[in-house]
Design a protein around this ligand. Structure first.
Ligand SMILES: [Mg+2]
Length: 185
């Protein structure tokens, strides 16, 4: 089978990693309870930043957020390697900015995820992911972001939502822990 995965906040714990960085940079000590009740993908509001300031902060910190020591979710790397060992194909579809794509590919490989260069898609807008998912004829696709998931309703591909505080309204098979992935298939 063909399995497609978003990367940020689906396979790796990017927002929480960024939240810790924001605490450090802004000299704050916001707790994980605040993080876990965020109703938006964006994390800047509890730091008292406006949308504009938040978007600038994300841009300014982007390299550090992406390419330092952001952890993968527990069991995500093993789960994807297991799929490849069983003969399945694994694809990555991330809307990270184009100028970060090569470094992202290298970083994802270095973490131990199984990556074939030709199966790595990067730099599209959220609403363009559907075209790639469709043309690859994926059997399954996993993402966390409502703006992406909402575009995928009509697909033949089975869509799974990676559980996050901001996607509770999505009525889809829900992945909480990567060790349970196989139970959703
Ligand atoms: Mg994501």
């Amino acid at each position: 089978m063909k399995f497609g995965f978003d990367i940020d906040d689906t396979l790796i714990n990017l927002r929480e990693h960024a939240f810790h960085l924001y605490n450090k940079k802004l000299n704050k000590e916001l707790g994980m309870d605040v993080f876990h009740t965020l109703s938006s993908v964006e994390i800047h509001a509890p730091f008292g930043l406006t949308n504009e300031q938040g978007s600038q902060m994300w841009k300014d910190c982007m390299e550090e957020i992406y390419f330092t020591d952001c952890p993968a979710y527990a069991d995500a790397i093993d789960t994807l390697n297991g799929l490849v060992e069983e003969g399945h194909e694994v694809f990555y579809i991330t809307s990270r900015p184009k100028h970060h794509c090569q470094q992202t590919l290298d970083w994802v490989k270095a973490q131990g995820f199984p990556v074939k260069d030709e199966n790595f898609f990067c730099g599209m807008a959220d609403h363009e992911k559907i075209q790639i998912i469709q043309s690859l004829e994926l059997d399954y696709y996993v993402d966390d972001k409502p703006a992406v998931l909402e575009t995928l309703a009509e697909l033949g591909t089975k869509v799974i939502v990676k559980n996050q505080s901001y996607n509770q309204q999505m009525n889809l098979p829900r992945l909480v822990d990567w060790c349970d992935f196989k139970n959703l298939l």
